[in-house]
Write a protein that binds this ligand. Structure first.
Ligand SMILES: [Mg+2]
Length: 216
């Protein structure tokens, strides 16, 4: 085992340092309704709204400004999916890669008392769709040692671009209804099981909370 990220890049595999990165909306947060509400309040027909795009692109497509959207977004509304808070608490560290506006996302993270190690949001990508590359670089790990958990095809492509493992947040009914291909996790706790059983190092798990999961 090593804490040296550089060594992890040279020797990807089970016994190298790993990292878990999450999408935010639709993955950690049950936020579809909260995301739709500002558009509807600003006069956009609900059926025209889609998910998984950078906030800037979606606002431009729907004819409103990001400032209007962010002002209308209620940062107190979206709650974590059941089991997410416990899962995050059991992870030693975790990171976020999201297309959400930074102002909204930071307010929600603060409200929930969540502190990702690395957090990249829409503003950090200069209006482009998000990418895992800068997140992986900031973490100092190899892409193959990263597990990315998300709820959209774009999330899946982000993982593929950096050679990361990808798992679907199947606890989101919208995601599950799309019958996605690949690893679909039923519950947030399954992230911990995946780390333990399949791919990364279980140093990421807090032994005080998940001691039994660290023993085989
Ligand atoms: Mg999402």
């Amino acid at each position: 085992m090593t804490d040296d990220g550089a060594e992890g890049r040279e020797h990807p595999g089970r016994n190298t340092r790993g990292a878990v990165v999450f999408d935010l909306d639709g993955t950690l947060l049950d936020s579809d309704a909260a995301l739709v509400a500002p558009f509807v309040a600003l006069g956009v027909p609900e059926e025209e709204i889609t998910f998984g795009h950078p906030v800037e692109m979606e606002c431009r497509r729907l004819g409103i400004t990001v400032d209007e959207y962010v002002d209308a977004y209620d940062v107190s509304e979206a709650m974590p999916f059941d089991g997410v808070a416990d899962m995050l608490a059991a992870l030693g560290e975790w990171s976020v890669c999201s297309n959400k506006a930074r102002a909204s996302a930071v307010a929600e993270l603060d409200r929930l008392g969540w502190s990702p190690r690395v957090a990249w949001f829409a503003d950090d990508f200069g209006g482009d769709a998000k990418s895992l590359r800068p997140v992986v670089d900031a973490l100092g790990v190899g892409g193959s040692n990263v597990l990315f958990v998300g709820d959209t095809l774009h999330d899946q492509r982000c993982a593929e671009e950096v050679g990361a493992r990808f798992a679907w947040a199947g606890w989101n009914p919208r995601t599950r209804a799309g019958s996605p291909s690949g690893v679909v996790l039923d519950r947030p706790v399954d992230v911990l099981r995946l780390l333990h059983d399949d791919l990364l190092d279980d140093d990421l798990l807090d032994p005080d909370r998940f001691g039994d999961r660290r023993r085989r």
